[in-house]
Design a binder for this molecule. Structure first.
Ligand SMILES: NC(=O)c1ccc[n+]([C@@H]2O[C@H](COP(=O)([O-])OP(=O)(O)OC[C@H]3O[C@@H](n4cnc5c(N)ncnc54)[C@H](O)[C@@H]3O)[C@@H](O)[C@H]2O)c1
Length: 306
């Protein structure tokens, strides 16, 4: 993942996305007779980090596909606003994913309200600044491990018993291409996301026989508030900073546009739906080709400059 400063280095301008995610316009995907059938019709999900970015896009898309959703996020103002906007299919549960009691309560809320839990999308996460290893603090280690890894672990731990009883379910973790490449993100962020991938595979192996699938989705750089969070920016400054990030991201990977939250939401939708019923232990990379290597046009420009 790039910081805003990195993004400024890139010259290629992106298209103007800063508004609502395309997921907000999601309709029911398939039609059976006269009845619209969504891909998640009758299902229930918990989406952690559902108040913003990739999580918010996923909430919108899942609901559009017939799913009932508990938004589990520590940001109550944004989560409650989204739940109120989307109506009775969506509940907000204030959740800090580093707290076992909170994650347990989110699972109980879904089961009590909806009678089941078909998808646990453990997506909440935090990033940080690029720093030399000697400057990385133990507090940063604990913050990244606690939110990004412990949060995923607790989601699995508390969703699995419910799903095993149902003999079905899909657990999804949000990883990052930082887990596959030693660049573009803080050391610990990359390492912790690699641990998320492997935890996902290990638990997928255990739960395969119980009808429960466990997969990760691995985003490339996606235009979300994660790039401007915790920097003390005003709303106007954050919007300006995100515009610069968007410009930078359009030249960041082979597909020449910024990755959008809905790109990841659609991957999560597939992993949550029965369309992926033979898929478990996978790490689904959605990165506009970034892990193929450096942007071809940039390489060519570099070669010509030499
Ligand atoms: N945006 C990217 O470029 C990118 C790339 C790779 C991976 N990811 C991953 O995608 C996931 C979502 O990130 P995003 O880009 O949508 O960021 P975002 O900042 O827009 O959203 C993150 C959400 O997680 C919530 N959250 C943070 N800590 C929490 C905690 N302890 N408990 C509960 N909720 C918490 C925040 O309140 C926020 O709503 C993260 O796991 C991130 O690491 C993002």
């Amino acid at each position: 993942m790039w910081s805003g400063a990195d993004a400024e280095k890139c010259e290629d301008a992106g298209r103007g996305f800063l508004g609502k995610d395309p997921g907000s316009e999601a309709g029911r995907a398939t039609t059976e007779g006269d009845i619209d059938m969504g891909k998640l019709e009758g299902k229930a999900a918990i989406i952690t980090g559902g108040s913003s970015g990739i999580g918010e896009a996923s909430v919108r898309l899942f609901v559009g596909e017939g799913c009932r959703v508990v938004i589990a996020d520590r940001d109550a103002a944004a989560g409650e606003r989204l739940a109120a906007e989307l109506g009775s299919a969506v509940l907000f549960q204030r959740t800090d994913v580093t707290s076992e009691d909170d994650v347990k309560a989110a699972v109980e809320r879904a089961v009590t309200a909806f009678g089941r839990l078909d998808c646990m999308f453990s997506n909440a996460g935090v990033s940080g600044d690029l720093r030399p290893i000697e400057e990385v603090t133990v507090e940063e280690y604990e913050r990244l491990t606690s939110v990004n890894l412990k949060g995923a672990f607790l989601g699995m731990k508390h969703a699995a018993p419910v799903m095993k009883r149902q003999r079905s379910g899909s657990i999804i973790t949000t990883s990052s291409i930082g887990s596959l490449m030693a660049e573009n993100a803080p050391h610990l962020y990359c390492a912790v996301k690699a641990a998320v991938n492997h935890l996902t595979r290990c638990v997928a192996n255990e739960l395969g026989g119980s009808g429960v699938r466990v997969n990760s989705v691995c985003p490339g750089a996606i235009l979300t508030p994660i790039f401007t969070r915790d920097q003390g920016l005003s709303e106007a400054e954050a919007i300006e900073a995100l515009k610069r990030v968007e410009e930078g991201l359009s030249g960041y990977q082979p597909i020449p546009r910024a990755g959008l939250p809905d790109d990841i939401a659609k991957a999560a939708l597939w992993l949550a739906s029965d369309d992926s019923s033979f898929v478990t232990g996978a790490n689904l990379v959605v990165d506009g080709g970034k892990t193929c290597g450096e942007n071809w046009a940039m390489m060519l420009a570099q070669q010509e400059a030499m």
